[in-house]
Design a binder for this molecule. Structure first.
Ligand code: HEC
Ligand code: HEC
Ligand code: HEC
Ligand code: HEC
Ligand code: HEC
Ligand code: HEC
Length: 436
């Protein structure tokens, strides 16, 4: 446990050097590295009316680590998706109304939405519990509780009771991408975020933050045992600056480069393999999981597939953000150019080794569907009669208790009419037939 006096001393000295460095962007907070200490820590026990927590809680502004993050990342009164906000207050998403944020990781508000429905006259009532909708971060000040079913990460041992924003993101943003492409926790100072197409390129004097300040090799949050420390580096990716937005007319493309599946395996070591009920490859070269790259046949099929019954698509416009893939490269000039100049192009062997990865199917935070899936994998078709929901009907085998507004939001505002009126699940974006 850190002595509070030492902590305050560290904060004051760091703040002074932070102010002296002058290198940070005034609008930003973390800028890819450690933000101003006072954004998260309270120097005095009752500062700003926040509970400072116990000394063991590192004098945080919130009651726990996640609550501290949510003091800025969940804001009341947003009229729609808004920049770095990743959660919607409970009171702003009453029954039938979806959470507001549409960031690539997804709105944690979905964890508070439980759905029930009857599929037909004979089946018992079915349900989709809120805590099935993704990563249940504990945030006591905001009503988020640990998962009630999984005691630990499926396929691994990370305890659900300890899952917080800082399980995945390093609050002090120490992981940095260097000029030679390596990732380290020390060395050159972090100049800015490394997550965007507009981020600077690391040079001889400065580095940039890891993608989304995700923890890398050796990362373990304070208070966790070393046995849970990460084995794999942060993934390589580039997001557009405008990443939290409706996809009603144009899609949001994150250029996922490589390393996502290995990064998720930091906690889900043995998922979808061996004895696991649902088997599926997810390429990860650091872990030796080389299966999962898209061969020429699958690339061509991805390019042609528009929707059920429509294979008239082409490579230049084939990308679909509800079924993304890894481009298969760590080359940031390629990743940045894809985000800025060809955001809709499909998998391309000229860019790297495109592959299926965890985020092809799941979202990093949460979604409107079970298991944080990008689409509803619990039904044979995701539209029925051209709609996502059967909200006014007695039996709802496809919409499964979600209102049209909720399902539409869960599909990031993709109009249902972009799909076939009886659209199959999105496994078919890659597979002509889904193998059993
Ligand atoms: C984005 C929020 C955030 C910012 C900004 C931040 N911290 Fe922290 N800090 C945390 C959290 C959260 C913890 C507790 C670790 C945990 O629970 O994962 C922590 C823990 C600590 C600890 C004790 C544990 C350790 O890791 O040694 C010290 C010391 C510390 N912070 C110092 C600082 C200083 C100095 C600054 C400013 C340069 C700073 N922090 C900025 C969030 C932050
Ligand atoms: C004082 C307000 C504040 C607090 C507290 C805060 N954030 Fe942020 N966060 C921001 C702002 C503003 C941005 C967007 C600008 C930026 O990235 O600097 C942001 C951006 C981010 C990003 C994207 C950064 C990137 O470079 O891609 C992540 C990830 C993030 N925050 C995680 C956290 C986590 C985890 C915590 C808690 C440990 C936290 N934040 C606490 C204000 C805050
Ligand atoms: C299980 C790991 C995990 C946890 C827990 C987690 N994040 Fe994230 N977060 C990610 C990943 C992975 C991404 C990148 C998503 C993408 O680009 O598709 C991300 C992205 C983000 C972003 C950028 C916007 C977005 O959604 O893409 C912000 C801001 C952020 N996280 C903040 C938070 C905050 C605040 C918390 C806690 C309330 C949190 N994260 C908890 C893994 C996590
Ligand atoms: C720091 C550890 C950690 C990392 C990294 C992590 N997870 Fe998890 N994950 C967990 C824990 C713990 C649970 C169980 C608690 C829960 O379901 O909320 C979990 C649960 C899940 C679930 C089941 C959700 C449900 O509602 O049943 C999915 C799906 C998942 N993770 C996918 C991912 C993906 C994809 C990534 C990489 C982007 C990832 N995880 C990275 C710790 C982690
Ligand atoms: C092809 C799509 C796909 C890919 C790729 C994929 N998953 Fe899944 N995942 C699913 C589906 C579908 C389920 C639900 C399975 C079921 O119903 O039993 C699931 C379930 C899970 C669960 C919950 C398991 C449980 O027992 O509660 C976790 C955790 C998870 N996936 C993590 C991952 C991680 C980590 C990766 C990458 C290494 C990954 N998934 C890759 C589709 C996928
Ligand atoms: C982003 C593309 C992509 C998506 C989406 C996708 N797959 Fe796959 N799938 C692959 C690749 C690549 C392989 C490995 C190559 C192969 O076997 O053809 C694979 C293999 C499989 C296999 C054989 C697995 C084995 O180990 O024998 C099954 C079964 C499968 N997929 C089912 C599914 C299901 C079900 C879904 C939807 C939940 C799905 N896939 C979604 C790309 C994808």
């Amino acid at each position: 446990m850190t002595n509070p006096r030492i902590l305050i001393f560290l904060m004051v000295s760091a703040l002074l050097s932070f102010l002296a460095s002058g290198a940070k962007n005034a609008r930003a907070f973390h800028s890819g590295g450690v933000g101003e200490c006072e954004g998260c820590h309270s120097m005095h026990n009752s500062q700003s009316g926040f509970s400072a927590g116990s000394a063991g809680a590192s004098l945080l502004k919130g009651g726990d680590a996640s609550s501290t993050c949510l003091t800025c990342h969940q804001v009341s009164g947003d009229t729609g998706p808004s920049s770095y906000h990743v959660s919607t207050p409970s009171g702003e998403m009453p029954f039938g109304t979806p959470p507001k944020q549409l960031s690539p990781g997804g709105d944690f508000g979905w964890l508070k939405k439980t759905y029930t429905w009857y599929a037909d006259v004979v089946s018992p009532m079915a349900s989709s519990a809120g805590d099935r909708h993704g990563h249940n971060i504990s945030a006591q000040d905001f009503g988020f509780q640990a998962d009630s079913k999984n005691a630990s990460a499926p396929g691994g041992s990370y305890p659900s009771s300890a899952l917080s924003c800082t399980s995945c993101h390093d609050p002090h943003g120490t992981y940095r991408r260097n000029q030679d492409g390596t990732i380290s926790t020390s060395g050159k100072p972090i100049r800015d975020s490394g997550s965007y197409d507009t981020s600077p390129t690391p040079d001889a004097q400065t580095s940039v933050g890891s993608y989304r300040m995700l923890g890398g090799t050796g990362y373990v949050p304070q208070g966790m045992t070393g046995g849970l420390a990460f084995s794999f580096a942060p993934p390589s990716a580039v997001a557009p600056s405008d990443y939290n937005r409706s996809e009603a007319t144009t899609l949001t493309r994150v250029a996922y480069g490589s390393g996502f599946s290995d990064w998720c395996r930091n906690c889900h070591t043995n998922i979808h393999n061996g004895t696991y009920s649902f088997k599926h490859p997810a390429a990860g070269f650091a872990s030796g999981a080389s299966a999962g790259t898209l061969d020429v046949t699958m690339i061509n099929y991805y390019d042609q597939y528009i929707k059920t019954g429509d294979l008239t698509g082409s490579a230049a416009t084939a990308y679909f953000s509800l079924v993304p893939f890894e481009i298969g490269t760590q080359n940031y000039s390629i990743l940045k150019s894809i985000v800025t100049t060809s955001p809709t192009k499909g998998p391309d062997l000229a860019d790297g080794s495109p592959a299926v990865m965890c985020l092809s199917c799941h979202r990093g935070h949460a979604s409107g569907w079970d298991y944080g899936m990008r689409w509803n994998s619990k039904t044979s078709q995701i539209t029925y009669n051209g709609k996502y929901s059967q909200e006014s009907l007695l039996y709802q085998p496809y919409g499964q208790g979600r209102t049209e507004a909720e399902a539409l939001q869960a599909y990031y505002q993709t109009p249902s009419l972009k799909f076939d009126p009886s659209q199959q699940g999105l496994c078919y974006k890659c597979h002509a037939t889904v193998p059993q």
